[in-house]
Design a protein around this ligand. Structure first.
Ligand code: FE2
Length: 307
């Protein structure tokens, strides 16, 4: 056999696997299988596979009576035709099991109209905490789909606010409340959603004693850019859903360039923390490497020498 015939024979043997299936066809089959499995997982499993994340946040000058105070943070429920009530009930149960001192709900309670408002408020009324449960509204509660301010359901925000308050959950609209643990004050402020064009962070924090630690509830994390000279020890936000998809080597294609800067997790800004929660629900039933989240923030006295 000539050298060139031997080479062709070797190449032929290498392209045939031991069971006689050409390697190229086998690779394609594996690729389709792997990606089909990922798609099924991202549609069926991950959107309703809750995770609990607990953080310990050092807060300077925190009164020792507030040391260890815990805040449960839930957001972006999106009750509607796509997100099942069962999923939200599971999140509420998991959240309540954390036995936190305070509960913060940061908007997007409904998606798709008025008929979902009372059901989601009724489900959230199962949450309780010694220092109370507080809420702010998100862009979907205002039925605002984009930054241009286009509204699909006028009056929805008022309806969501009334229903939550009827079920015992105060909705903070550019205002704050003082709660106290063993007499030590903690301010809980809430800001209207940015896209509603009603957000006023300065008004929400107006009149606060400079010594009082403050937690701000704001649906859209970019609200933190309006802090300017104001102080916020912790801002709790949602809105991004973590992008819902996080592809290795590609990132989060569903987020705009600006929102990629606030995709998910903990950020440090002007001496305070911003936490961007990945949310409970979704706008499209698809999550990949961005599981829905129950978050707990535990505030602790900062060791100023370590900062
Ligand atoms: Fe949302």
């Amino acid at each position: 056999m000539s050298a060139s015939a031997k080479g062709r024979s070797l190449a032929l043997r290498e392209s045939i696997s031991t069971d006689g299936v050409p390697l190229k066809r086998r690779k394609i089959t594996h690729w389709i299988g792997r990606n089909w499995a990922r798609i099924v997982y991202s549609h069926q499993v991950e959107p309703v596979w809750l995770e609990t994340n607990v953080f310990e946040l050092p807060i300077p000058h925190l009164d020792e009576r507030l040391d260890g105070v815990s805040i449960l943070h839930l957001t972006d429920f999106h009750l509607g035709d796509r997100v099942a009530k069962r999923h939200i009930r599971q999140a509420v149960d998991l959240g309540q099991q954390q036995a936190c001192d305070l509960i913060a709900l940061t908007g997007d309670f409904v998606q798709g109209g008025f008929r979902h408002v009372d059901p989601v408020a009724e489900m959230l009324s199962k949450l309780s905490a010694p220092l109370g449960v507080y809420a702010v509204l998100g862009n979907h509660d205002y039925a605002v789909r984009n930054a241009s301010g286009l509204r699909l359901h006028r009056g929805l925000a008022e309806r969501v606010r009334k229903s939550l308050e009827d079920y015992g959950i105060p909705v903070l609209h550019n205002e704050h409340r003082i709660v106290a643990k063993e007499g030590a004050p903690l301010a809980v402020a809430g800001v209207a959603d940015l896209w509603s064009r009603e957000a006023d962070l300065r008004q929400a924090l107006a009149g606060l004693d400079s010594e009082t630690p403050r937690v701000v509830l704001a649906h859209n994390p970019t609200t933190i850019e309006q802090l300017e000279t104001l102080r916020c020890d912790l801002m709790l936000s949602g809105h991004t859903h973590g992008g819902q998809i996080d592809v290795p080597g590609w990132g989060r294609p569903m987020l705009s360039r600006k929102m990629k800067g606030y995709a998910a997790g903990l950020y440090y800004h002007q001496g305070g923390f911003l936490y961007v929660n990945k949310g409970i629900g979704y706008t499209v039933r698809f999550r990949f490497r961005v599981r829905p989240e129950v978050a707990v923030m535990r505030l602790v006295r900062a060791n100023l020498g370590a900062l």
